[in-house]
Design a protein around this ligand. Structure first.
Ligand SMILES: [Zn+2]
Length: 212
């Protein structure tokens, strides 16, 4: 899951966050601003309140629809979906509204993926997000980058791919080396500690504690 694309997959395909949702969210912000300026108990405020409530319902349905279609598409073509376990309450503390909306969107997508995986007899596997942007998917070399660095260029093995694709491949690698799915129908990674890069990268890197 990312900010420039809603989701990027290990085959380098990606899905954009839909424009219609972004537009509705801008409208919410606009209405909210007006709403808070109106006098309590006034007719204008009442009217804006109703419009806001309707718009919230509309956006929720649009988002549900977008996410359901994406989950269906993923499980139509794959048996296993590997996702990062994002610590959303932690993420929400310190940033912009746009980012908060994405975080909320990602966590509801993850919940939906778990629910549908059980329904379809597929698997949603979660991995530790630690370091998934900072290591090379191929050789596990530490390749530090800040949020603005969009390309992954590995000085060790020479891999050059978009940052989000590298992350997707790393997440897949982590998910695959976790315990194989059982026949019980539950997601195996939910049952124990999450597969983590911490256990795969060299101790010297751990000791240097790269900023993730
Ligand atoms: Zn490499």
């Amino acid at each position: 899951m990312g900010l420039t694309e809603f989701a990027t997959f290990d085959d380098a395909s990606s899905v954009k966050y839909p424009q219609f949702l972004r537009r509705s969210e801008d409208e919410i912000k606009h209405l909210q601003r007006h709403f808070s300026k109106k006098l309590k108990g006034s007719r204008r405020r009442h009217g804006l309140g109703r419009r806001l409530a309707r718009l919230h319902i509309h956006i929720r349905r649009q988002r549900e629809d977008f996410q359901n279609k994406l989950v269906h598409r993923v499980f139509a073509e794959n048996d296993v979906l590997v996702l990062e376990k994002l610590n959303v309450p932690g993420l929400l503390k310190n940033h912009s509204l746009a980012k908060s909306i994405s975080d909320a969107s990602w966590s509801s997508f993850a919940r939906r993926a778990v629910f549908k995986s059980e329904l379809f007899g597929k698997y949603a596997v979660f991995v530790d997000p630690w370091g998934t942007t900072q290591f090379c998917h191929r050789c596990l070399q530490w390749v530090p980058k800040d949020i603005a660095t969009r390309e992954h260029v590995c000085p060790n093995c020479g891999e050059e791919i978009p940052r989000d694709v590298n992350s997707a491949l790393l997440i897949k690698r982590l998910g695959i080396q976790s315990r194989p799915p059982t026949d019980s129908g539950s997601s195996p990674a939910e049952q124990g500690p999450l597969p983590s890069l911490r256990e795969m990268v060299s101790p010297s890197v751990e000791a240097g504690s790269p900023r993730i």
